[in-house]
Design a protein around this ligand. Sequence first.
Ligand code: PA5
Length: 448
Amino acid sequence: MVTVNISNIFDFVDKQRVLSFQKIISKNHQALLEKIGAGNNFLGWLTLPSDIDDALLRDIDSTAVRIRELADVFVVVGIGGSYLGARAIIEALKHNFNQLLQTKGAKNPIILYAGQNLSEDYLADLFDVLDRYDYAINVISKSGTTTEPAVAFRILKNHIEKKYGNGARERIIVTTDSSKGALRKMANDLGYKSYIVPDDIGGRYSVLTSVGLLPIAVGGFDIKALVNGAKKMQQQLAETTDIERNPAALYAASRNALYMQGKFIEIMVNYQPNLSFFAEWWKQLYGESEGKEGKGIFPASVINTTDLHSMGQYIQDGERKIFETVLSVGKSKRKLLIPAEKEDLDQLNYIAGKNIHYVNQMAERGTTLAHLDGGVPCIEISIDKVDEYHLGGLIYFFEFACALSGYTLGVNPFDQPGVEAYKRNMFALLGKPGFEKESMEIQKRLKK
Ligand code: PA5
């Protein structure tokens, strides 16, 4: 379902070097499955696809049906791992221009996002839409205390209550911890429908829990197929630790081998604009899991061929610290042929009769070879097509490979201590109770 081809890295690291990671990869694979490695209390995602309860999927689907009846717009409120996974899948599967095809009351809500930034203009613009359309909200926060979604939710709650009065309650769904946090208390006290983020699953590994599944189901997509794809991948990756037979092991070993050769920037390249948020999800997964203790590959992304006309020059010819991971898609969802023209004024008759995806694939192949010639190794990760089943497999593949890769790098891929630093400063500047000392210190720094 997911294949990994590393033949385009051998000019930079030979195959034996990649295979030399076998011992450590096997050890880390075992540590993961036996739950004996660092962060082992956050491994619930490992067996999530096979453990997931059919009753939960049915419940999510029935909530989604209800929301689709009620709302023209569904606002997903969350940040980081409580937002990116759902958006990655929804953007990958939706019609590229669904906003313009939508008719009021179509029972196919447009999904919009809030709480993933603190921009006043963004939120104010969102309210212009929410004044006009019927809407519902899913606020998602595992801790239930993250500032960005909390601020957005407070304002949204105020708006929805004014708009619908007592009817607001059925339009708010909460996804949070089972017992802790302000959001859990609010859900219980105010009687909102709620879903639980399991204790042993961290934000960036949570897309296959209610965190991702409810918004994806409201988007009209098949969550059962998504989970089935992940389940298939779960079985495949548990079967063997052999780098040559386990694609996640191969990816983890290859990127660590490249990193040790000084290639410390990994660019996820894809040729489908609707996968741009998949790359954002991947960046968070790898960046937050590996970037610690002064170590880690810096994850970046480009969407080609668009970015060949902006970042292409740098990738071809700039600092040689990068490698690429191309996310290659075998088949397009739609077919569009290039027509022949009698006069051939634009001189494109040489590709007449070909479909656009073929041209895109030739761009992909040509670019990979050009970058190789320019000193950029390339890992290729392929899926047959972009649908729920393949995306489910790809999610699990990247999660598993990330855990293996993080252990191989020697870090705990399941914590994110660095994320706290900005929060301390922000709370000190905002005068949050409990941050009085930090507040005084930061004011002194600002006066210097
Ligand atoms: O991956 C993570 O753990 C983080 O990115 C969190 O998902 C993010 O900080 C949001 O946290 P919360 O769900 O507690 O609001």
